[in-house]
Design a protein around this ligand. Structure first.
Ligand SMILES: Nc1ncnc2c1ncn2[C@@H]1O[C@H](COP(=O)(O)OP(=O)(O)OP(=O)(O)O)[C@@H](O)[C@H]1O
Ligand SMILES: O=P(O)(O)OC[C@H]1O[C@H](OP(=O)(O)OP(=O)(O)O)[C@H](O)[C@@H]1O
Length: 220
């Protein structure tokens, strides 16, 4: 028996939308996956050769990039932030839609040309630095793991780069969206080496996800 395929899924917001997609591909997690009291992190599925791990969104990319998991589901925000060369993101799953945006205090102008330096609070320092560099502005990024929206008010940074969906979090913290940096959706990610080494299983799974996401003709 070969080692099981390890499939990494995020435990945050994407999970609810990912489960129906997994079901369309024919993967049903074992009952303990849904047991809120369970502290288990690896779960069997109805497919004897597929196990699930449920980890934090950023860690999905890390597990797959290092080959500890062969496949995973993660937002394009995370794929772009890491830019791991070992990651292949062949399918836009059409779930987890939001956008990564620059925001600043309500009524303020976005940072402009001629401005040489800006301090930005974000969970996405690499993406933020890259984007500001393209605008000719050097961004000093302060890495936060959540609640970015309070940083401008407390003087930690003048702007934030964060995910926006309804826009409610920005409004309730007296901030305004100034520039959309990227549109975000969840992607199927695959370890490049596993795609070749597990050629009997991984490419077929990719095609099933493509079909389940409405992007191909392969039967689910
Ligand atoms: N407001 C939102 N609307 C839609 N999708 C979102 C929103 N916020 C985040 N996402 C998507 O869901 C992914 C995971 O978000 P979430 O913060 O819930 O995950 P998590 O695993 O709890 O992360 P962590 O605990 O490490 O902060 C994001 O990377 C993004 O792709
Ligand atoms: O535009 P909205 O619909 O208000 O959504 C945006 C919020 O959602 C995400 O945070 P999340 O709730 O995942 O919490 P976090 O700050 O812990 O990441 C994001 O970081 C924003 O704070």
């Amino acid at each position: 028996m070969p080692e099981p395929i390890i499939f990494a899924i995020p435990k945050g917001r994407i999970l609810d939308e990912a489960l129906p997609l997994l079901a369309r591909v024919g993967i049903e997690p074992a009952a303990d996956f849904f047991d809120k009291k369970s502290r288990a992190l690896v779960f069997g599925t109805n497919q004897p050769h597929i196990s699930l791990i449920r980890v934090r969104a950023f860690d999905v990319a890390t597990f797959v990039a290092h080959g500890a998991a062969q496949l995973g589901i993660v937002g394009s925000d995370v794929v772009d932030e890491f830019a791991y060369s070992e990651l292949y993101a062949p399918v836009d799953l059409g779930i987890g839609h939001c956008r990564l945006s620059l925001a600043g205090p309500e009524g303020s102008a976005p940072p402009g040309i001629g401005e040489s330096h800006i301090r930005v609070a974000t969970k996405y320092p690499a993406t933020t630095r890259r984007w500001f560099e393209a605008q000719g502005i050097q961004a000093e990024c302060i890495k936060l793991n959540g609640a970015m929206e309070i940083a401008p008010k407390l003087g930690l940074a003048s702007h934030i780069v964060d995910l926006v969906s309804t826009g409610r979090t920005l409004v309730e913290n007296a901030l305004a969206e100034q520039v959309v940096i990227s549109e975000v959706s969840a992607r199927l990610i695959v370890n490049r080496a596993a795609f070749k080494l597990r050629s009997a299983e991984v490419p077929e799974l990719v095609e099933k996800f493509r079909a389940a996401a409405g992007q191909g003709d392969a039967a689910a």
